[in-house]
Design a protein around this ligand. Sequence first.
Ligand code: RAT
Ligand code: ZN
Length: 416
Amino acid sequence: ISHEPTSTLRSTVLRMTEQMQVTDMHTHLFAPQFGELLLWGVDELLIYHYLISESFRWSDEEYETFWSWSKKEQADFIWQRLFIEHSPVSEAANGFLTVLHRLGLNVGSRNLDEYRKAFASRTVNEQVDAVMEAAGVSKIVMTNDPFDPVEQKVWLEGKGGADPRFYAALRVDSLLNDWPYAVRELTQLGYEVSEEWTERTREETRRFLSEWVDRMKALYLAVSMPGDFAYPVEDHRNRMIDEVMIPVCAEKDIPFALMIGVRRRVNPLLRSAGDMSMRSDVSAVEALCRRYPKQKFLVTMLARENQHELAVLARKFRNLMIFGCWWFLHIESIVEEMTRFRMELLGTSMIPQHSDCRVLEQLIYKWGHSRRIIGNVLADKYERLQASGWQVTDEEIARDLDDLFNRNFWRFLGRE
Ligand code: RAT
Ligand code: ZN
């Protein structure tokens, strides 16, 4: 970020960046009709898994004791460790304060119960409206698991699509990463599948995906993969991708989103906070893009070490759209670094960020922090152009921002 005095061009870009409405193409948020699945409020914000793992660095508490507490008790513990006994300078801790501040609460009071009270007086519908407005987010893509019993019920009752601001993405992790579990779930839903890979199993798994894509009006199929995901090789994942996922995506004309580089539960005692990043093999994505030139792939990776190579790969394959600064990369220094070299390699033809929010109000800080960085990187590039005598018009700035924050995603889906 440049520290020169703010030019007119930069202040225009930053103002327009602030005002741009955003499509958040990967979150773990839910529309209000999903009830308890939509997490929101002070305690949920504090027990975010990013903050859970940070708080244990300052405590000798037994993990099991922490898990036995109520959400409120867990939140109190985290507040004490990360906000009172130490300064909340990490991205996730700082983010909590950004949220309170933007929602008009007095961050200086440090009065957690006061914050709780302020949130308790709101209904979930009011809060969704207020947060989307404050965050400047107009469209939210959920992560939808047909095997989740609570979610399944809402979809089967035909209520899943009730809020037009929320879109579905069909998550296929268990089909690829835990097949025995998927077989049990599919069987329960009435599909005739077996652990053994048979003709019938393939047909039935396709039928399942195809029916659920329709039911959810899913924008894409999505999976998170470990870094040792390999393609092409002879294994279950490859068979499932070649014989089920790709044909279903082709039939429905939707992209396949791959989020690669997670090592689940390296510390099982931390439960959902116990996942780690790992390096991935970019050549697996390369092979998929080459083999299926008509199939669109949305890809993000978790290791910083993979980012440059992945951006270069996107120069080679127009059916590859790279997106977001995922999870441990969603910190200011790395968002800046990644946005800068992605723009230098790809211009504006990428999706710079998604939020991955699990708790509604996080939209405010995740987009607030990223928006400012992306706006400043873009302003740097425009200033370079200006120095050569190239003037960008306000319409062009608006177009570029709209591409970055909305249209690159929708155009890639063919739903502009
Ligand atoms: O970023 C996260 O919150 C992770 O826990 C994961 O959910 C990850 O984003 C994923 O979608 O697998
Ligand atoms: Zn996610």
